[in-house]
Design a protein around this ligand. Structure first.
Ligand code: TYD
Length: 205
């Protein structure tokens, strides 16, 4: 049986990671791989309810509550979707995962990074992605792409999003084997070419 893979897609709002994820899913399926697509927050089922609160609740949400909601969604995604699929030899593509919490709640909201790492570890039961793409983009361009119809997180402001971007780059510096930074200002085709090349290499070894 093929060995399963867990691949995550990360980056600022409006970086184009979801487009890239979907294109890669099609590419892999065409080659006969069994592919599962999921996302955080909002994995199929209960996750969709948690997502609704996280992105649309307009009352007070404390920073710690926000972090725990993302982590609860993550635990559900790992237990119900990711782990079963990977152990069946499938390739799981996940839109956002642990690095989003470090970048957004840690670097962005200023919560303690070490504590987030240990909470992430509890939420995932120690499972880490085999590969992570960070689609890097300057805040001005990404905000323009998001437009005026912003959700609760997207409304957090330029300074916040600059800290998030720098957080991702810092993470990639610390884990260059797992985290590959891709220039998200390039064309969709060029970016997908780069993503596929990385995957081809991994799948051929
Ligand atoms: P989403 O609409 O999925 O954004 P995108 O399409 O850009 O991925 O919204 C997810 C939002 O939640 C996004 O602003 C990032 C944020 N987020 C966190 O702050 N922490 C997390 O742990 C996760 C998974 C997402």
């Amino acid at each position: 049986m093929k060995k399963g893979l867990f691949i995550t897609f990360e980056g600022a709002d409006g970086c184009g990671k979801t487009t890239q994820l979907n294109l890669l899913a099609e590419y892999l399926k065409k080659q006969g791989y069994d592919v599962v697509v999921t996302r955080e927050p909002g994995a199929k089922g209960l996750g969709e309810k948690i997502r609704e609160i996280l992105l649309n609740y307009d009352g007070v949400v404390s920073d710690r509550c926000e972090a725990f909601l993302f982590l609860a969604d993550r635990a559900q995604n790992i237990d119900v979707i990711v782990n079963p699929a990977v152990s069946e030899g499938k390739i799981v593509l996940c839109d956002r995962h642990i690095d989003s919490t470090v970048a957004y709640q840690g670097y962005g909201r200023g919560q303690d990074i070490e504590r987030i790492n240990s909470l992430n570890n509890i939420a995932t039961n120690g499972r880490k992605p085999d590969l992570t793409f960070v689609f890097d983009i300057d805040v001005e361009t990404s905000q323009k792409r998001v437009g005026s119809n912003k959700d609760r997180m997207e409304r957090a402001g330029i300074d916040f999003h600059n800290r998030v971007r720098n957080g991702y780059l810092e993470l990639a510096k610390n884990e260059p084997e797992r985290i590959r930074v891709i220039d998200a200002t390039k064309s969709i085709e060029d970016i997908q070419f780069e993503v596929r090349n990385i995957l081809d290499l991994i799948l051929s070894t």
